[in-house]
Each structure stands twice: as structure tokens, then as C-alpha cells.
Design a binder for this molecule. Sequence first.
Ligand code: PLP
Length: 404
Amino acid sequence: MKLPIYLDNHATTMCDPRVVEAMLPYFSESFGNAASRNHSFGWIAEEGVELARKQIADLIGANTKEIVFTSGATESNNLAIKGVVEMYAERGNHIITAATEHKAILDTCKHLEKQGVRVTYLPLQGSGLVDLEMLRDAITDKTILVSIMYANNEIGVIQNVSEIGRICKEKSVLFHTDGVQAVGKIPVNVIKDNIDIMSMTAHKMYGPKGVGALYVRRRNPRVQISAQMDGGGHERGMRSGTLNVPGIVGFGKAAELCGQLMESEMEKHRIMRDRLKVKLETALEETYINGTMDQRLPHNLNMSFAYVEGESLLMGINDIAVSSGSACTSATLEPSYVLKALGLGDDLAHTSIRFGIGRFNTDEEIDYVANKMIEVVNKLRELSPLWEMFKDGVDLSKVEWTAH
Ligand SMILES: *Cc1c(COP(=O)(O)O)cnc(C)c1O
């Protein structure tokens, strides 16, 4: 077993060696521009792109003409939301999203608010799920788009996507979902899930960084989006710019592999995740699972460890790569806004750890992580006056602290 252990697969995944192998020829002998129509260099590159388009479309139950390549999910989210707001401006100026969306959604919405678009940010239930009645009530005759992510990148909670899509259909409102954390990991089908527009990215599913896609429905209804990048009219005019052929080929191969491996990986990762969870819960008191376990990505565990200091915890486990809800890991000084939206206090948000299991993790690594976590949490608690008070039966919520 090699250290450090990578358990941050919601942030990015290693490019699968089979993906790298598929990409390599497109850097050298097959280097053509996929838009070159006059010679075989272009045709060969285009063939690579079209195979990838098919592989990605197949993974999500779409048609190849419904896949628009982008530079990643940040761009896909921007294109989806800004593209719909611009295209459907005559129909209305209201969009609905949730407080726990990725920043690429929230910041896009903030940007549009400055231009006069009205945005409703739905709160979440303690489980991490959107309240469907609340969503239904938020839709007005000015609403043009609902954007709710498929699965959350911090807590792994999977929304009732097909229900949300059904409500949107009923109300003739377009439904966009940020599918980044779900596509390739759990079954996603744009027809069954009633999805109109969906963002994806290769690097969260064992493909390369800097390449993504947007699914844009062509029938029932035919969705139109305004291009946000003007130029040569690539990608049916929705996204100009010379295609990243090696990246796209790698994305396609990654999608194909995810489709083939999905069932076995879901089972394997669920077992590893549950083993980690049980080990931690058995050995440690005062641990809290963030978000419901009932609807969750099989490879995600998000847990808070009360009575330890977040930063010290991270330092103690510095041979394990994980993310934390603690402020010190992010550019902003706020603890995780996702965990706070679930109703967590700052203290528990600060001591949360996100474990993201991936294709290349082993049982041995999981055991190492569990043992290390237990050792470090116990050690920190031994040094903690709060832990001592808690063990003495002091109700800490009733203690009056004095500032010095
Ligand atoms: C990583 C991520 C993104 C951003 O994707 P990039 O391809 O890195 O721009 C968007 N949404 C979610 C849910 C993510 O996890």
C-alpha cells in the first residue's frame, strides 16, 4: 500500500490508463482538426469525436445530436443557465435552484440576478433533499428553468430527479440538472429521469480534465439555448471553438468504461463505504452522518466528528487525501455552505470529512483510513477540555462562556 491515500474522488478522479491509451494517438498521428472537411486528417479526428459522442450519449440514454462538447461542467452549467435565460427571455425571467448547488450554478445565478433575473434558492430538508411541494409552489407563470443537481458533491445525496423533472414537465418549465457526480457512477437516463438539459464533466469519471458536455434535449420538448461563445459555429452553433479532440476521445472512453463497470463498482464501493462507516461508528462516539443514507451515492460518506478541532483533525490525517467542511480548506472563510444548509452548526460543519471512494481504492486502504481516523480522533479528544466536560455529563449547550 502506498501513501498518501487518495480518497477525494468527488474532487477529481485519476484518468484511467485505458482512457490515456485511447487518447494518445490523437496527440500525434491523428492530430487533425475535427472541423477540417477537406482531408483525412480532419475526417479521422471527426471519427474519434463522433465515437465519443455516441459513447457518452449511450451512457445517459440520449441521442448523439443532443451532446454538446464544452471545456467542463463549469462551462456546461454557465451555458445551460445563461443560454436558457437568454433564449427564453420572452417567456419569463424566473429560475429556481437550490441553496446547495455547486458554485458554478450559484455564481451564475448571482450574476444573472444583477441583470434583473429573479432567482429562487430553495432551502433543503435536513436529509439534503429538495421538498417537492416547495418546488411546486415556487413555480410561477414567469418561471422558465429549474436547475437542481442530480447528486451533491459534498454529501452525495441523490435528489428525486425524475419527480422533479415530472413536475417541471407538468408546468412546462425546463429542467436542467448538474449531473457531474452521478453520471457514470449510478444509472442516469435522460428519458426516464425527465431531464431536459444536463451538465457532465470527464475528470469526475476517470477521464481527462478540461473537457465536459451538455446534454440538450431535441424532442419533447426541443430545447434551444443561446450560445455563450461565438465563433465558427461548432457544436450546432451552441458552442464555438476547435474541439479538444484527445480530451473528447478520452471522455468517450471513460463513459464507455463507466457503463461497463457501473454495476460492479456500485456494489464494490458501497461495501467499502459501509465498512468504513461501521468501523468509525463502532469505535467512536459522537459521530454524525451528514445527509440521508437512504438516497446517496454508493461511494460517498460525509461524517462529522464532534469535540475535535477541524484543522487539527486534517493535520493528523495528512497521509490521507480527503476534503473537509472546514474553512481552512477553502478560499472563503465560511465553513461548508452545503452542511450549513442542512442545519448543521459551525462546530459540526468544521469537523466534517468527506470520503470519496473511487475505482483505484483497495480494502487495505479503507482499513488504514478507518484505523487512522479512530486513532487521531481519540488522541484529539484526549486533549480536549470540551470532550472532558461532555464525558463528565456537562450539557455544553447550557454553559455560559465568557469572552476574554
Ligand atoms: C466538479 C463539479 C463541477 C465543475 O466541473 P469542472 O469540469 O471542474 O468545471 C460542477 N458541478 C459539480 C457538482 C461538481 O462536482
